[in-house]
Design a protein around this ligand. Structure first.
Ligand SMILES: Cc1ncc(COP(=O)(O)O)c(C=O)c1O
Length: 437
C-alpha cells in the first residue's frame, strides 16, 4: 500500500501521520499471536486491548458467531426480545456478586459507563432523592471517551480539547504514591485513607447532592494503579454512610483478569453497579453491559406507571444477537478451560517475572495485580512519552506487542498465557530497555 492508500482512515487514539509513515499492519490472529502483513508473528502481551482473554480465534467462539449470523442476524431490541439475550443475562447475573439482579446491554465500555451513570441518576430520582445529581470520579481515571466518561474521567489529555464537560462533577485524588509504594508486589500498603476524599466531597457539596461515585477497581489505562489495601472497602463504607451509589468500572478487570469473575470478588467489596465490555465477548463482537443490584431495577420499576418505559435509554444494537452469541460462547470457554482459575494459578509466576525487571535501565517503578503489570520508565531526554513509544516500537520489531501510556508499559496478556510466553515478554523488554536511550 502506498501512503496515499492510508489517508482515508482517521485512526483512533493514534498519531496518524507517524503511523502512516511507518505502518504496523495486522492481518490475522491465532492463540497468543498476531500475524502481520509482512508475514511476522507477534506475541500478544496485551490481549489485544485488554480484551482477548481467551486468546485469538477460538474455534468455539468463531463457530457461535457464524451460526448466529446465519440464524438471526438482527432483531430490534425495543419492546421485543430474543431468547439468547435473556439466557446471557441470567448467566452474567449468576457470575456477579449475590445482590445483583439485572444486566443492561450496550456496545462498548464507553456506552456502559454512560449507561451506568444514567441508571444511578435515575435510581436516585426514583427513590425520592432527586437532588442527588452530582457525579464523583477520580483523577487519572479512564471511563471511555463519551462526554459522561471524560467528565468523570481524570486523564487530562482526553479532556483538554473538548470544552466544559458535564456540570456537577468532582474528582477524588488518585491513589498513586510512588514515594511510599514503589515496587509494591500486588496491593500497595499505603493510601487507604485517600478514600476519605469522598468524605471531603460530602462535606463540601452535601451528601444530598451526590448521586454516584465511579472508580476503576484497578486503574489500568492510566498506567496500572493498583488500589491500596483497604481503599475500596473504605470507599464502600463512605458510600453506604451517605447514600451514594458506588460504580465499579470493570471494563478491564471483569472476566478473569484478576483471577475472579469480577474485581468485586477479588477485593471482597460489592459495588451497586458494575460496568463491563472487552472480555465479555473476548473482543470478538463489540458489546458492553451494566450489571445492577436487584433493588435498583425494582425501585425504577415501582416508580414508573404501569405500561410505562421505566428507563428511557437503550441502543439500536443493545443485546445484538451476534454479540450475545459471542458472549455465550466466550463464557463457555472461560468455564470449560478454567481460565479464571488458570489466571490465579499463574499470577505468582507473572509477578516474579515482571518484578525481575527491577534494576533494568530506565525502570523507576513496577506494579502488578492479577495478570496485569505496569512498568514505569523515566521520561527520555526528548520529553514525556518519547522513550515509551520507542520501547513500544522496538518491541514490535522484536516480535512482541506491548502497550504504552506515556512512559508506562502496560502488559495484560490473554489468560491462556504460559510461562515461556511470560519469559519471552520479559526478556524482550529487558533487552529493549537496555539498548534504548
Ligand atoms: C475502565 C474502562 N472503562 C471504559 C473503557 C472504554 O471502553 P471502550 O473503548 O470499549 O469504549 C475502557 C477502555 O479501555 C476502560 O478501560
Amino acid at each position: 500500500m502506498s501512503v496515499n492508500d492510508l489517508s482515508s482512515y482517521w485512526m483512533p487514539f493514534t498519531a496518524n501521520r507517524q503511523f502512516k509513515a511507518a505502518p504496523r499492519m495486522i492481518v490475522g490472529a491465532q492463540g497468543l499471536y498476531f500475524q502481520t502483513s509482512d508475514g511476522r508473528e507477534i506475541l500478544d502481551s496485551t490481549a489485544g486491548l485488554w480484551c482477548s482473554n481467551a486468546g485469538h480465534g477460538h474455534p468455539h467462539i468463531v463457530e457461535a458467531i457464524q451460526t448466529q449470523a446465519a440464524d438471526l442476524d438482527y432483531a430490534p431490541p425495543f419492546q421485543m426480545g430474543t431468547p439468547i439475550q435473556f439466557a446471557l443475562a441470567s448467566r452474567l447475573v449468576g457470575m456477579a456478586p449475590e445482590s445483583f439482579g439485572q444486566v443492561f446491554y450496550c456496545n462498548s465500555g464507553s456506552e456502559a459507563v454512560e449507561t451506568a451513570l444514567k441508571i444511578a441518576l435515575a435510581y436516585q430520582r426514583a427513590r425520592g432523592e432527586g437532588t442527588r445529581t452530582r457525579l464523583i470520579g477520580r483523577e487519572r481515571g479512564y471511563h471511555g471517551i463519551n462526554f459522561g466518561g471524560i467528565s468523570v474521567g481524570g486523564i487530562v489529555g482526553n479532556r483538554a480539547m473538548f470544552g466544559a464537560m458535564l456540570a456537577g462533577v468532582d474528582h477524588l485524588r488518585h491513589t498513586h504514591d510512588p514515594e511510599r509504594n514503589r515496587y509494591s508486589q500486588g496491593m500497595p500498603a499505603h493510601g487507604a485513607d485517600l478514600a476519605d476524599d469522598l468524605e471531603r466531597m460530602v462535606a463540601l457539596h452535601g451528601a444530598h447532592t451526590i448521586a454516584a461515585c465511579i472508580v476503576e477497581p484497578v486503574a489500568c489505562s492510566t498506567g496500572v494503579l493498583v488500589p491500596p489495601a483497604g481503599y475500596l472497602q473504605r470507599l464502600r463504607e463512605i458510600c453506604d454512610r451517605h447514600g451514594i451509589v458506588l460504580i465499579f468500572d470493570e471494563v478491564i478487570t471483569g472476566f478473569g483478569r484478576l483471577g475472579t469473575p469480577f474485581a468485586a470478588q477479588r477485593f471482597g467489596v460489592t459495588p451497586d453497579i458494575i460496568t463491563m465490555a472487552k472480555g465479555l465477548t473476548n473482543g470478538t463482537v463489540p458489546m458492553g453491559g451494566v450489571l445492577t443490584r436487584g433493588d435498583i431495577y425494582d425501585t425504577l420499576c415501582e416508580a414508573a406507571a404501569a405500561g410505562a418505559i421505566e428507563l428511557p435509554h437503550g441502543y439500536t444494537y443493545s443485546g445484538h444477537p451476534l454479540a450475545c452469541a459471542a458472549a455465550m460462547a466466550t463464557l463457555d470457554v472461560y468455564q470449560k478451560d478454567g481460565l479464571f482459575e488458570r489466571a490465579a494459578a499463574i499470577e505468582p509466576y507473572w509477578q516474579n517475572a515482571i518484578h525481575s525487571l527491577r534494576g533494568t535501565r530506565h525502570v523507576t517503578d513496577i506494579r502488578n495485580l492479577g495478570i496485569i503489570a505496569g512498568i514505569e520508565l523515566e521520561a527520555g531526554p526528548e520529553g514525556p512519552g518519547t522513550r515509551g513509544f520507542e520501547v513500544y516500537r522496538r518491541c514490535w520489531e522484536a516480535g512482541v506487542l506491548i502497550r504504552v501510556t506515556g512512559d508506562i508499559v502496560a502488559l495484560s496478556p490473554p489468560l491462556t498465557v504460559e510461562e515461556h510466553h511470560i519469559d519471552r515478554m520479559v526478556e524482550t523488554l529487558r533487552d529493549t530497555l537496555s539498548s534504548v536511550d
